[in-house]
Ligand binder design. Structure first.
Ligand SMILES: CC(C)(COP(=O)(O)OP(=O)(O)OC[C@H]1O[C@@H](n2cnc3c(N)ncnc32)[C@H](O)[C@@H]1OP(=O)(O)O)[C@@H](O)C(=O)NCCC(=O)NCCS
Length: 162
């Protein structure tokens, strides 16, 4: 078994500036829209991965009445287990408050993420065709074209039973 070269800890107030920069760089702003709802991701709980005192990964989630949703996940050092470890941290947080499942929403262009989540036990539960039209009303900066030149059109909801 490989020795982990990073640590995972909950986000603190002191991480706010870094969190805002990761969100803006990767998702256009701190505002994340999914299923017609707008979230200020920088105001939500999360976990950070630290390697050699440098932040290298971020997961943000929200829990409302035992409904637990992963809002964003970013690994800045890929293929070292950071993404998986961040998911495990949210899984533990969700189980502790009695959530029975963990869900998330991704978009149709993110085929790599679909592979990643499914390999970690998440299953596709619903496709929302054309959902991005509504999302762009709340967040106009969502691009029309996404990963690999694919039009960003639909939302795909995945879930993991805990
Ligand atoms: C998706 C994402 C979070 C994955 O993060 P990551 O840190 O690379 O994830 P992991 O390292 O845990 O897993 C990636 C691969 O590395 C491999 N890996 C895990 N630990 C490893 C280790 N210690 N050494 C080498 N490889 C390892 C895993 O086998 C995995 O491969 P698999 O998916 O084929 O099983 C990252 O690619 C990312 O930030 N993408 C852009 C944002 C995004 O799309 N987020 C999801 C939005 S829905």
């Amino acid at each position: 078994m490989r020795v982990k070269s990073f640590q995972i800890r909950p986000l603190t107030q002191g991480d706010k500036k870094w969190v805002a920069s990761v969100l803006t760089e990767n998702w256009g702003s701190e505002i994340i829209v999914a299923r017609g709802k707008l979230h200020r991701a920088d105001a939500l709980p999360g976990f950070i991965a630290i390697q050699k005192e440098k932040p290298v990964g971020l997961i943000i989630y929200r829990i409302e009445a035992k409904d637990c949703e992963i809002v964003t996940l970013n690994s800045l050092e890929e293929n070292k287990g950071i993404g998986s470890a961040l998911i495990d941290a949210v899984k533990n947080a969700a189980v502790q408050v009695g959530c029975k499942k963990l869900r998330l929403v991704t978009t149709n262009d993110n085929t790599m993420a679909l592979k990643f989540w499914q390999k970690r036990g998440f299953t596709l539960v619903t496709i929302y065709p054309g959902a991005l039209e509504k999302s762009r009303l709340l967040k106009p900066e969502i691009p029309l074209i996404g990963i690999d030149g694919i039009s960003i059109r639909d939302e795909i909801e995945l879930e993991l039973r805990l």
